[in-house]
Design a protein around this ligand. Structure first.
Ligand code: MN
Length: 248
């Protein structure tokens, strides 16, 4: 089956692979394999909207251990002619060139747009947008900074990746403090964006609160993909003109 016959676009975010205990991580990968089987059968594209891996750091000649099965599953999807797009989150904030150059996966940052079958999607991970979320913005500026990254990649990889895991924990602690605020922040970002421009769907993750809601104008929708670390397995599907949040 080639990409032309398959119509559905799938979305996932906030799997935080590598964060949980061994048993949960194993189960997560088995569930991901089940989802990818569905995508292979029905999907033309998979959009991964950030925090898929809980941390990532790559060097000129090295990539971290702990993501082998994910990489195998992604490679399999690409070989089955599924277009895979990976938007960086605040945990997997710098994806380097490995995904693009060796896996055939397109990496993106920030806010992006997609026109598909006459619908306009605006998609992002969701960190650092709108007013507030200053912790995330500061964090992103610090770690995405080329100089700081170069500094970090000059360390021994075990030390650099250790520091990266620590930064990932710090990012999480900050987020817990602002949880209530965070839940409304992305929705209001989508609201104000819908006043400025036309779009059908604003799709994001980040705050781990899944849901679809209609925005005030009645024309556009806000979609949050939720997370896989709270015992649920949500994913988004756009097929035949309809966007749905499903549970695996
Ligand atoms: Mn996030």
């Amino acid at each position: 089956m080639n990409r032309g016959e398959k119509q559905a676009i799938f979305f996932i975010s906030d799997l935080h692979i590598g964060l949980q205990d061994e048993k949960s991580e194993l189960l997560k990968m088995e569930n991901l394999e089940r989802l990818f089987a569905i995508i292979k059968a029905e999907g033309r594209s998979l959009y991964m909207l950030g925090d898929i891996m809980d941390y990532w750091m790559e060097f000129r000649h090295l990539i971290p251990k702990g993501f082998t099965r994910l990489i195998c599953l992604l490679t399999d999807l690409v070989r089955h002619n599924v277009e895979v797009v990976y938007v960086a989150g605040n945990h997997d904030f710098y994806l380097g060139r490995y995904f693009d150059d060796e896996l055939g996966i397109k990496t993106l940052y920030g806010v992006n747009e997609l026109l598909y079958n006459g619908r306009k999607f605006i998609f992002a991970h969701g960190d650092g947008l709108g007013k507030g979320d200053y912790g995330c913005k500061f964090f992103a500026r610090m770690v995405r900074n080329r100089f700081n990254l170069a500094l970090l990649s000059g360390f021994h990889p075990d030390l650099a990746i250790g520091l990266m895991k620590m930064l990932s924990q710090l990012s999480r602690k900050h987020k817990q403090v602002d949880r209530v605020f965070e839940i409304n922040r992305l929705l209001s970002v989508a609201e104000s964006l819908s006043v400025e421009k036309d779009f059908d769907y604003f799709v994001c993750g980040h705050n781990h609160v899944k849901g679809i809601s209609e925005l005030s104008g009645g024309k556009s929708r806000y979609v949050n993909l939720g997370t896989w670390i709270d015992g649920t397995l949500p994913y988004g599907v756009f097929d035949h003109g309809v966007f749905q949040l499903r549970e695996l």
